[in-house]
Write a protein that binds this ligand. Structure first.
Ligand code: ASP
Ligand code: MG
Length: 435
């Protein structure tokens, strides 16, 4: 039975919407967000927005140039980011120079001041968060002011006042107790009253500094807000029609999966399905809050939903997950002895120290192979360390494909003419590393 609301102020039934970079990449896209929101004008909504288009990548470049002391380059790059946003504002206001976007200008002034002089503090990760987090502050200001201009009353809020985190800059962990407390006491009454616009990706630590939740972390922000607000659902608006069983750019015959269980979604994200951010599902699973993935291009299409699904009713379609930029290292001992536990333990401690995640591994009597995503800096440290103890064969530019729920015994067509370096079968997962 659904209890109907007599006092709308007390009833929550909130929805959290998340709009990613592509959904606000230009003025047309921002207007489209406005049209989508108009369809939900009767709902209580919290809107979480990412930086516009590829702004986060551009801010990363500003950060790197500034950090390396290339101040002129950093300012030039920042000027381009400013032009990009000013063009969007210009297109939104249609030449109305008396516009109300001063807050955006102020954010750019702050950013310019921040990078005026070479950094004194050399903590890269800390500085990164202080600079890169501006992408979301700017995008939400623009969307909020635009919505106001089309008479959609809304309240812009700084997510950092609610999302409380550890000081692990660039990978901040949520401090759940204060976050829950702030959101339920301070944010919930506001969302009950009006449309609220806030940022994904950013939070704040106990020292009052900005932190970020890791690249592509805005989905996770949406899920944290939904958890703490006891929202009825989260909707991620994307440029695809839903969650597909394979990236249509890589293989033909992609199908939309209409209903996916949390467990399956978590597994797919674990194997590298980029449409789902791995951390996003956990808070939603805890409270059984469904996650909708819908297209901002076709907002009337129903898309996909990730929720509690009865195991017997789950669609058993095969999913193909590709991971490029893989490196494979094959190690054998220098004295022809077997690879034993003591070798493995030293290999894994080196990997753990460098924070390298192994995607697939395989061992035989005389060799141990593993495949990981290539990172130039990390492998430049690891390879000489391993060479001290092992004979090393290195293969680069590989792809890892994971087949989830693969029934056939034969090689999938996509691998027919490929050189396969590792093949691994487990109960319902098959993985190949190929060139
Ligand atoms: N803007 C951030 C990024 O591009 C966060 C996000 O988009 O989810 O990584
Ligand atoms: Mg983004």
């Amino acid at each position: 039975m659904k209890i109907s609301c007599i006092n709308t102020y007390l009833c929550s039934f909130m929805k959290v919407f998340k709009f990613g970079g592509a959904s606000v990449k230009d003025a047309e896209a921002v207007k489209n967000v406005g049209k989508i929101l108009q369809k939900f004008s009767g709902d209580k909504l919290l809107i979480v927005i990412s930086a516009m288009g590829k702004t986060t990548n551009a801010l990363e470049r500003v950060m790197n140039e500034w950090y390396d002391g290339k101040l002129e380059e950093a300012h030039r790059e920042l000027a381009e980011i400013k032009n990009f946003h000013n063009k969007i504002i210009g297109d939104l206001v249609g030449g109305d120079l008396q516009n109300n976007y001063h807050d955006v200008d102020n954010l750019f002034i702050e950013l310019e001041c921040n990078i005026e002089n070479a950094p004194v503090n050399k903590d890269y990760n800390f500085l990164y968060d202080q600079i890169v987090g501006y992408g979301e502050l700017i995008s939400t200001k623009i969307v909020s002011i635009y919505l106001q201009s089309i008479k959609m009353e809304n309240r812009w809020l700084d997510a950092r006042n609610f999302i409380q985190t550890s000081s692990d800059y660039r990978e901040a962990k949520i401090n759940w107790d204060p976050t829950l407390d702030l959101i339920s006491k301070k944010l919930l009454p506001l969302v009950n009253r009006q449309l609220v616009i806030t940022q994904g990706f950013i939070g704040r630590n106990e020292r009052n500094n900005t932190t970020t939740l890791g690249r592509e972390g805005s989905d996770y922000s949406a899920s944290i807000f939904a958890f703490c607000l006891d929202a009825e659902s989260v909707t991620i608006w994307k440029d695809v029609a839903g969650v597909m069983n394979v990236d249509p750019k890589r293989m033909s015959g992609a199908k939309i999966m209409r209903e996916i269980s949390f467990n399956k979604a978590i597994e797919l994200a674990y194997y590298g399905a980029t449409i789902l951010h791995p951390k996003t599902m956990q808070p939603l699973l805890r409270k059984s809050i469904p996650l909708y993935v819908r297209s901002f291009v076709d907002p009337d299409e129903k898309g996909s939903v990730i929720r509690k699904v009865d195991k017997t009713k789950e669609e058993n379609i095969t999913c193909y997950i590709f991971k490029d930029d893989q490196i494979l290292l094959r190690l054998s001992s220098k004295d022809f002895s077997f690879i034993v536990e003591s070798h493995l333990s030293s290999i894994f401690s080196m990997l753990a120290q460098l924070n390298i995640q192994v995607n697939v591994m395989q061992n035989s009597a005389i060799s141990f192979s593993f495949c990981a995503t290539y990172d130039e800096r990390k492998f430049a440290t690891l390879i000489p360390q391993l060479k001290e103890f092992f004979i090393l064969e290195i293969f680069k530019d590989l792809t890892l494909i994971t087949l989830h729920n693969f029934k056939g015994n034969e090689l999938p067509d996509i691998l027919k003419d490929k050189k396969i370096l590792i093949e691994q079968h487990s109960k319902n997962v098959v993985q190949y590393v190929y060139q």
